[in-house]
Design a protein around this ligand. Structure first.
Ligand SMILES: NC(=O)c1ccc[n+]([C@@H]2O[C@H](COP(=O)([O-])OP(=O)(O)OC[C@H]3O[C@@H](n4cnc5c(N)ncnc54)[C@H](OP(=O)(O)O)[C@@H]3O)[C@@H](O)[C@H]2O)c1
Length: 335
């Protein structure tokens, strides 16, 4: 897979990164490892994880992949959100619960939505807690992540969705991060958020962040680049938000979809075409950066890697036009 350098950081990566947040929807460890290995075999060389993913177990499982391919993979992990005692206990009991949820997709969707983070709903409040962004909390989290991943150095350490960092903590945190970079326990750092603007991060910290990671829905408006520095960008949310909406349009309006398919030179009704389109659009919006992708299905992981390399039949501009038209069909149809 094509490689990029996270601008100005010296950290190199594949253009697509693999996100480990959804991996634990697979209850069996060997199925999760098969997905991680498929991602590696398909050319993914950047993996995104966090202490809260897999209810505390994802970093250790990714660590097993890293041991098999030493020095070949870049890793981004985070700090700021941890597990409650309930969350830790649930980590060890999750396999049977996840198996039961897979048998009830409606309940699974509700639990997933509610359990995305400490503020997403009652499941999230029960399982996750903000541990704050003090240098002490950051150090404890970094030490735990290094142990779990089996690494001496984290490539990208990210403040995980900071909703509020007290301004008086910002300087101390900046000093801590700079010291870790000088020591080599991290190679670079950054912050994550719902959009490029990093709400909740004091200006001084936001301007200093060498990397920002944010949600960028290919059908949404592009968020303007910050006036000051030019941080390296990692984006996520290419499929999760838009794919279900576009799929429903495809089912509702077959005639217009046939016309758009002809224009595209690819059948939009065929499984995978829409996902390919959205991924390539996300990559075009973040050219020079990394786009995160995730799937629990090896065949989809392989396909995403191919889509990232493929030249669009009628060109990237035409793909963007077709996506916009599909999006307008979706908004005509309403919710
Ligand atoms: N604050 C943050 O920094 C933050 C926040 C959110 C996410 N992330 C990271 O970003 C990663 C990716 O998250 P995302 O929200 O961007 O996920 P995404 O890749 O936009 O969407 C993932 C979803 O798309 C489905 N999918 C994948 N390929 C498909 C295909 N060909 N056809 C139909 N469905 C398909 C997957 O389902 P299947 O599993 O069934 O394939 C999964 O439910 C996460 O794992 C996490 O590492 C970071």
């Amino acid at each position: 897979m094509r490689r990029v350098e996270l601008a100005g950081t010296g950290v190199g990566s594949s253009v697509l990164g693999f996100g480990c947040a959804g991996l634990f929807s697979l209850p069996r460890a060997r199925d999760r490892m098969a997905v991680l290995e498929t991602a590696y075999d398909s050319g993914f060389r950047h993996f995104d994880v966090a202490p809260m993913y897999g209810l505390g177990l994802a970093e250790a499982e990714l660590g097993a992949l890293l041991r098999r391919h030493p020095g070949e993979i870049t890793v981004a992990t985070k700090f700021g959100i941890g597990l409650t005692p309930w969350g830790r206990a649930a980590g060890w009991l999750q396999a049977p619960v996840r198996s039961a949820l897979r048998a009830r997709p409606g309940v699974q969707r509700t639990v997933r939505r509610s359990g995305q983070g400490p503020t997403s709903g009652w499941v999230g409040r029960l399982l996750y807690a903000s541990v704050g962004f003090s240098p002490g909390a950051a150090r404890r989290s970094l030490e735990r992540s290094l142990r779990a991943l089996g690494l001496a150095s984290i490539d990208v350490l990210l403040l995980h969705d900071p909703t509020a960092v007290p301004p008086d903590q910002a300087d101390a945190l900046l000093e801590f991060l700079t010291r870790q970079r000088d020591r080599g326990t991290i190679r670079t750092w950054g912050a994550t958020g719902p959009g490029r603007g990093l709400p909740g991060v004091p200006r001084r910290l936001a301007e200093a962040a060498p990397v920002i990671q944010f949600r960028d829905d290919p059908l949404g408006p592009e968020s303007p680049a910050p006036a000051g520095g030019r941080p390296a960008t990692i984006t996520f949310g290419a499929l999760g938000g838009s794919l279900p909406i576009l799929k429903s349009v495809i089912e509702r309006d077959p005639e217009r979809v046939a016309r758009l398919s002809a224009r595209l030179g690819a059948d939009l009704r065929r499984s995978g075409t829409l996902a390919d389109l959205l991924l390539r659009c996300a990559m075009a919006r973040n050219s020079g950066g990394v786009v995160l992708f995730s799937s629990s299905r090896p065949e989809r992981v392989r396909r995403a890697a191919l889509a990232a390399e493929e030249e669009p039949t009628r060109g990237a501009a035409e793909e963007a036009v077709v996506l916009r038209e599909l999006a307008s069909l979706a908004s005509e149809a309403g919710p």
